[in-house]
Write a protein that binds this ligand. Structure first.
Ligand code: IPE
Ligand code: IPE
Ligand code: MG
Length: 241
């Protein structure tokens, strides 16, 4: 069992070995299509799940949560769908600002903000500034691609005049330089791939895949993934003790 507390009244928490959990929130479109709804409805149901899961992760003691909200490749979707996702993000930022004091979440956006609409970019920057001293770190990958991130880091290093690059140099120039690598990556929605998510940082992450579509994902599904995490042996190339 991953939880430390053993009585129902005691709040159950994860241990230090699970500090960062990342989510590939996939399956919104299929969730909607199954119900004969437009895909946009799947994204708005997914946004509700996202809020619920972030709250739960904070409650059980996870210190860093990362979510894949929109990839560099997702711009290739129909304009109407892209617009609806951007509108949901805009709404989310507004709510996040309003509930700042009660939620105590630090927001960091991973990805290239320059491609976003200027108003959305400004709101994202303001939210990062407003919440920078808060407790639970929530990284939102938005216009994010793992390969683009590595290219961005290498270009930044070249601009600094570096001619020889170490692993530490790359890690410290990624969008995630402020946090540890993910211990666990959970992907909903049946697909068994990373789709350009945290390509560098996932080198030794435990991967968990579930058929549950993101809008149907809930707290007990998080527990299942965490229990599975605690059954794994992480060797990092070494041998077990
Ligand atoms: C994930 O759900 C959300 C984004 C990619 C923005 P999808 O929209 O990819 O849902 P499916 O995979 O089509 O069901
Ligand atoms: C990954 O899902 C991106 C997000 C969840 C934001 P996709 O639906 O874009 O991935 P593919 O196309 O199935 O690989
Ligand atoms: Mg998908």
């Amino acid at each position: 069992m991953f939880f430390k507390g053993n009585s129902k009244s005691e709040k159950r928490k994860v241990g230090d070995e699970l500090s960062h959990v990342a989510f590939i929130m996939d399956g919104n479109g299929r969730w909607a299509t199954k119900r004969s709804l437009p895909r946009e409805m799947g994204h708005s149901a997914g946004a509700q799940t996202f809020k619920k899961i972030v709250r739960y992760c904070g409650d059980i003691g996870i210190k860093v949560v990362t979510v894949y909200a929109f990839s560099t490749e997702n711009w290739g979707r129909p304009e109407k769908e892209v617009r609806s996702i951007m509108n949901l993000l805009d709404d989310y930022i507004k709510t996040a600002e309003e509930s700042n004091e009660e939620n105590n979440i630090q927001y960091v956006f991973l990805g290239d903000k320059s491609a976003l609409a200027p108003e959305l970019r400004d709101k994202a920057n303001k939210l990062e500034e407003l919440t920078k001293n808060n407790k639970l770190l929530l990284n939102i990958a938005l216009n994010y691609g793992g390969r683009a991130e590595i290219v961005h880091a290498v270009n930044a290093l070249m601009a600094e005049g570096k001619t020889k690059i170490t692993e530490e140099d790359i890690s410290s120039h990624l969008y995630t330089a402020h946090c540890p690598d993910p211990d666990l990556i959970i992907r909903t929605g049946c697909e068994l791939r990373l789709s350009n998510f945290l390509m560098w940082q996932s080198a030794y992450s435990e991967l968990y895949f579930t058929d549950v579509l993101w809008p149907d994902f809930n707290e007990s599904e998080v527990d299942k993934a965490i229990n599975e995490f605690y059954k794994r042996t992480r060797r990092f190339g070494k041998i077990s003790k």
